[in-house]
Design a protein around this ligand. Structure first.
Ligand code: KIV
Length: 279
């Protein structure tokens, strides 16, 4: 079954949890789609996990279109959401609509995601008016890492919690079809989820949200170094890859690979003729 804005909304209404994962390439998107994930986010986290940047700020529109198009080719039923990168929607409403349109037309996405609350409502309204669904993103919004002074949990104080609730209501009023709640206390996410008619998708926001999203490399155990508290590693793919690559190196060096079954045969007479010509 195709996942759409309507089916995601119905999932909220019926209490069927929405599953979303990030993907940045065709093969991964195809596997996720086969598994039946509801939505695939082509996150600007690709700057960190695919391109090796320290944060998401250097990611460009060209990066996003390139990876979104690959994911869209692999996703047959999942709802594909493409992140609007830093500075692709902040400068003007007109630029925001143009760039959102590119992610749909050139990337094949079904919706775009952008970070922020009241300050981006004008952009949300204009993009939705252009018939493009918008997913909002509140809480620990990674494009504001320099304002937050690091990747820190948001909304813990009364003022900050109130602001996130107000922003959630405003982005809904502006026409957002869903909202990602990242790095906020679980109790706060639960309150927002109850207040909103649109689905909330949490990452580091507890299980009171209407759905969950994780970065694929994190949840498959492929990332090294610090992993945030909210990540659960559902598989140890990094360890499997290391084992497979080490086995390849040692078997290639020893000559055990390629074996007979990996090689193509040829008529002995051809070899005989060639050998005679060579001599
Ligand atoms: O860029 C991304 O992957 C995201 C998720 C972490 C929600 O925005």
């Amino acid at each position: 079954m195709k996942n759409t804005v309507m089916t995601l909304l119905e999932q909220k209404q019926s209490g069927d949890k929405i599953t979303m994962l990030t993907a940045y390439d065709f093969t991964t998107a195809q596997i996720m789609d086969e598994c039946g994930v509801n939505a695939i986010l082509v996150g600007d986290s690709l700057g960190m996990v695919m391109l090796g940047y320290e944060n998401t700020l250097p990611v460009t529109m060209e990066d996003m279109i390139h990876h979104t198009a690959a994911v869209s080719r692999g996703a047959k039923n999942a709802f594909v959401v493409a992140d609007m990168p830093f500075m692709s929607y902040q400068i003007s409403v007109q630029e925001a609509v143009t760039n959102a349109g590119r992610l749909i037309k050139e990337g094949g996405a079904h919706a775009v995601k952008l970070e922020g609350g009241a300050e981006v409502c004008e952009q949300i309204r204009a993009i939705v008016n252009a018939s493009i669904p918008v997913v909002a993103h509140l809480g620990l919004t990674p494009q504001s890492v320099n304002v937050f002074g690091g990747f820190k949990v948001q909304g813990k104080s009364l003022d900050k919690a109130r602001k996130i609730i107000e922003d959630a209501l405003k982005i809904q009023e502006a026409g957002a079809c869903a909202v990602v709640l990242e790095g906020i206390p679980a109790r706060l996410a639960e309150i927002i989820t109850k207040k909103l008619a649109i689905p909330t998708i949490g990452i580091g926001a507890g299980n009171g949200c209407d759905g969950q999203v994780l970065v694929i490399q994190d949840m498959l155990g492929m990332t090294t170094g610090h992993t945030p508290k909210f990540v659960r590693q559902f598989a140890q793919v990094g360890a499997l890859m290391r084992q497979g690559i080490s086995d390849y190196i040692s078997e290639t060096k020893s000559g055990a690979f390629p074996a007979e079954e990996h090689t193509y045969s040829i008529d002995e007479n051809v070899i005989k003729e060639i050998s005679e010509e060579e001599n």
